[in-house]
Design a protein. Structure first.
Length: 310
């Protein structure tokens, strides 16, 4: 019997994300960089099933090489389950099953989505009723992207990205994603960015320790206007990701030639997100990229965060 068929399993779905804007400031004393980003949750999901058990265990399925997903405490979902148990004084275990669709190490927060879904699933399974504020606090302890996966929608993230302010974005935005067969290490991309900045002689306070999202980005989102959004999308990590994986530059050009308004590396990469004028335009871009041998996924945003499906 599969996890999806078990009557005692709690099924929670959480979305992957793209970074519509990502400004990276200086490295802080805690090792993290100051960020100003705009997250958008998109319709590519991670599904987490939680079932009663005497101990903690984790299994994985989906479009993923199982060897790339740790099954122990290195996995954010496992750590999320144990955090809920610790916070609520639960002495039971849980059997977690992850059905993955978001690219692993792809800059789309798949692991963070797993963690957010595991928080919600375990809270429901054990009836701990921790509430949204406590779950947000636990999410913040797990990683900078986990709180956003919990809430979804479109939001401005500051600090390490965990300090969220909902952004008014009433329209639908259509994206075509081009994933990569091999992921990129987020710490490695930040390290390369630091190296690039050191080579050009950045001062200690340049880039700044605190950042703001440009008003033009927020205005385009508020207007629901992809044409206005396209020219103001920026990712400070993109140059580092392209330096690590030069093929990304060619893919960015291919998507624009196929009719996308613009393309951007999502987060630390290597997944590329192409913004399109609407659903029909996105399907046309997807078809063009598929025709030249690229994997291409049509998704839309914004969608809700982690939520119980059954």
């Amino acid at each position: 019997m599969s996890f999806a068929e078990r009557s005692d399993a709690v099924h929670v779905r959480a979305p992957g994300k793209i970074n519509i804007y990502l400004g990276v400031g200086a490295r802080r004393d805690d090792g993290y960089h100051a960020l100003a980003t705009v997250f958008q949750a998109v319709s590519l999901y991670e599904d987490v099933y939680a079932s009663p058990a005497s101990d903690f265990s984790l299994t994985v399925s989906g479009d993923v090489d199982p060897s790339t997903v740790p099954l122990d405490d290195r996995n954010l979902a496992m750590r999320a389950a144990k955090l809920v148990a610790q916070a609520a004084g639960v002495t039971e275990g849980v059997a977690l099953h992850l059905r993955k669709s978001v690219p692993v190490a792809g800059g789309m927060g798949g692991g963070s989505a797993d963690a957010a879904a595991a928080l919600v699933a375990c809270d429901a399974l054990w009836g701990t009723e921790l509430g949204p504020h406590a779950l947000h606090d636990l999410a913040s302890r797990l990683g900078a992207d986990v709180p956003f996966a919990l809430h979804g929608g479109t939001a401005v993230g500051t600090g390490r990205g965990e300090q969220l302010t909902p952004a008014l974005a009433p329209g639908r935005f259509d994206w075509v994603l081009v994933p990569s067969d091999e992921g990129l290490s987020t710490p490695a991309i930040y390290a390369r960015l630091d190296e690039q900045r050191a080579r050009v002689g950045s001062l200690a306070d340049d880039p700044p320790l605190s950042l703001d999202v440009p008003v033009a980005v927020l205005q385009a989102l508020r207007a629901g206007d992809p044409l206005a959004l396209a020219p103001v999308m920026i990712n400070d990590l993109e140059a580092a990701a392209v330096a690590e994986r030069p093929e990304l530059d060619h893919i960015l050009a291919e998507g624009v030639r196929a009719g996308a308004l613009t393309g951007i590396v999502s987060g630390s990469g290597p997944t590329i997100a192409f913004l399109c004028a609407g659903p029909e335009a996105a399907r046309a871009v997807q078809d063009e990229l598929l025709a030249i041998g690229r994997e291409a996924l049509h998704v839309h945003g914004a969608v809700p965060g982690a939520r119980i499906m059954s």
